[in-house]
Design a protein around this ligand. Structure first.
Ligand code: GLU
Length: 307
């Protein structure tokens, strides 16, 4: 078991961890800017990780597009970019530890066999527990799940106090998928721990994943980072901006204008005309005036018209 140092004694470290499924849109710019300003205003490091663990959802060329857009917007990351697709050995080692300690079990169930189960908070089916105490005779393992027991409570710096009864709200969750890929929940926890991430600042669409991630940190003996979940930008139909909802690429806008729009969305109060200033001036203003306490305490908000 790793002995974890208290949060305050570790160097502040934030990160931005986009999934390369399309170009950077306003919603991902908000998460990038929020995590960057939070880390830098603490005098901390800011890391960039490409979350290409889910290879079927990865779009060819999207990662390089995201990296180029971030550079064009003036983001400066520390150290090498981490690619999840190259970190399989670290995820496999974590799964072995979970298995050895009896926290993970093999599961033979198909999606169809779980179709009658209750829905969890994130809309997936709650695992009915069929394979919890061993595979049924004649069945073989498809996936690996972690036993979800107990209550996880944490204080989110934007969304306030959170509490989840794991068995009720998530159920036993997948860490190795039936298609052989490691699940996002495991990958993100291993990556954040290995990189020494102390402050996770990201979109509120991931708020309901956080209890499972804290649970995994506890099982693996990893330190728990501080969490801040930013409002997610939605389109006119109230849907989260994404490639699926045809969000416009940030590259379609002048960089200073897009950045100032992201600052306003995050409750900051940039002066009139800053959107026409040089990018370095925008960053300098943002770094000097960043206030996490000003970020609206809501899970989603409409994206502004940038042009
Ligand atoms: N890859 C996730 C996304 O693009 C973010 C994961 C995280 O920040 O923990 O939505």
């Amino acid at each position: 078991m790793t002995v974890s140092a208290p949060l305050a004694s570790r160097p502040p470290t934030g990160r931005f961890a986009p999934s390369p499924s399309g170009p950077l849109h306003f919603g991902s710019l908000v998460a990038a800017a929020g995590s960057y300003l939070d880390a830098r205003s603490r005098g901390g490091r800011w890391l960039l990780r490409i979350e290409d663990v889910d290879t079927p959802r990865t779009v060819e060329g999207a990662a390089n597009g995201l990296i180029a857009t971030l550079a064009r917007l003036g983001f400066e990351w520390d150290g090498d970019i981490v690619w999840q697709s190259r970190r399989t050995a670290a995820y496999a080692a974590a799964l072995e530890r979970l298995k050895a300690a009896g926290h993970a079990f093999a599961c033979a169930c198909t999606r169809r066999e779980m179709a009658d189960s209750a829905l969890t908070r994130d809309g997936s089916r709650r695992y009915p527990g069929t394979c919890r105490n061993g595979l049924p005779p004649g069945r073989s393992a498809r996936a690996w799940r972690v036993r979800a027991d107990g209550v996880v409570a944490f204080d989110d710096a934007v969304q306030g106090p959170q509490r989840e009864d794991l068995a009720q709200d998530s159920g036993d969750y997948v860490v190795l998928r039936a298609d052989g890929l490691f699940a996002y929940q495991l990958a993100v926890v291993v990556d954040d721990a290995d990189a020494g991430v102390t402050h996770v600042v990201r979109g509120a669409d991931l708020l309901d994943s956080t209890a499972r991630q804290i649970h995994l940190q506890q099982l693996l003996g990893f330190p728990q980072p501080a969490y801040a979940h930013l409002p997610v930008a939605t389109n006119a139909a109230g849907e989260k901006l994404s490639k699926q909802t045809l969000a416009r690429a940030v590259d379609a806008h002048p960089p200073a204008g897009a950045l100032v729009a992201a600052l306003r969305f995050l409750g900051q109060a940039p002066p009139a005309g800053l959107d026409r200033a040089a990018l370095t001036e925008v960053w300098s203003w943002a770094l000097h005036h960043w206030r996490l306490a000003a970020v609206p305490r809501c899970r989603h908000a409409p994206a502004p018209d940038i042009d």
